[in-house]
Write a protein that binds this ligand. Structure first.
Ligand code: KIV
Length: 262
């Protein structure tokens, strides 16, 4: 049996597993296979794939159809981890009906077990509550929510002032109250992430939010050193981009010199 939403939502109560939750992103079958076989508890088909895999400058242009295509590909590579899919920008904000339809399609047409959406203000919490009522598990996401990059004026750390910190804490509590099974805390001060983690009964998953969250997530292209640029909080464990370029250069050279196929 693979990892379930129930398993993650009860993680703090049961203390099982005792180690923090490991979450990695995926955007196609190969990346899904890699992170699943590496033992990630959760594979997130994050809308960061808009930038990582599709070459957009932000996550905003990503469409529902593009997300469905990528998520179905990831599904074919993931056997054990819990699979969560991001709802693209403007696919859940306009109305509750649209949110239910988009989130339902993500589960129905990709085989994912849950969706993630950004923000925690009143309308978002109401949406989360309705999705959960209809049997669609939801992971929340507060702090730096990249779909609001224009509002923030860049991918800046959030929650630095007391007023912002209070708002983010209130949003996290509202999402838990609405039925979210876990919450991503992105690029906020470590002390705020600690306060939120202590205040909630559901697990927090940090990214650029210090070491006191219940789990950690990174974008796999950053972890593998595949992306041309990494955010300051990412840890790069390999240099696959450079290795891949060298391998491809060797092939080109071998073809041109007649060494391949030999
Ligand atoms: O889109 C994404 O990959 C995410 C993670 C960075 C949390 O939302």
């Amino acid at each position: 049996m693979g990892v379930s939403v129930h398993h993650i939502s009860q993680w703090k109560q049961t203390g099982q597993p005792t180690s923090p939750i490991a979450v990695l992103t995926a955007w196609d079958t190969i990346s899904g296979q890699i992170v699943d076989q590496a033992g990630a508890d959760i594979v997130l088909v994050g809308d960061s794939l808009a930038m990582v895999a599709l070459g957009y400058e932000t996550t905003l242009p990503l469409t529902v159809e593009e997300m469905l295509l990528c998520a179905r590909a990831v599904r074919r590579g993931v056997k054990n981890a819990l699979m969560v899919v991001d709802l693209p920008f403007l696919s859940y904000q306009a109305s509750l009906e649209e949110a239910i339809r988009t989130a339902g399609r993500m589960l129905k047409e990709t085989g994912a077990q849950a969706v993630k959406l950004e923000g925690g203000h009143r309308a978002v919490a109401e949406t989360v509550q309705r999705l959960v009522e209809w049997g669609i598990p939801v992971m929340g996401h507060v702090g730096l929510t990249p779909q609001s990059v224009n509002q923030f004026g860049g991918f800046r750390k959030q929650g630095k002032s007391q007023a912002e910190a209070d708002r983010i804490l209130a949003e996290a509590k509202a999402l838990e109250q609405a039925g979210a099974f876990s919450i991503v805390l992105e690029h906020i001060p470590a002390e705020l992430a600690y306060t939120i983690t202590k205040a909630l009964g559901i697990p927090t998953i940090g990214i650029g939010a210090g070491g006191n969250c219940d789990g950690q997530v990174l974008v796999t292209a950053d972890v593998l050193g595949l992306s041309a640029w990494q955010p300051p909080f990412a840890k790069v464990y390999a240099n696959l981009r450079e290795q891949a370029i060298v391998a491809a250069q060797q092939f080109c050279g071998d073809v041109r010199s007649g060494q391949y196929p030999g």
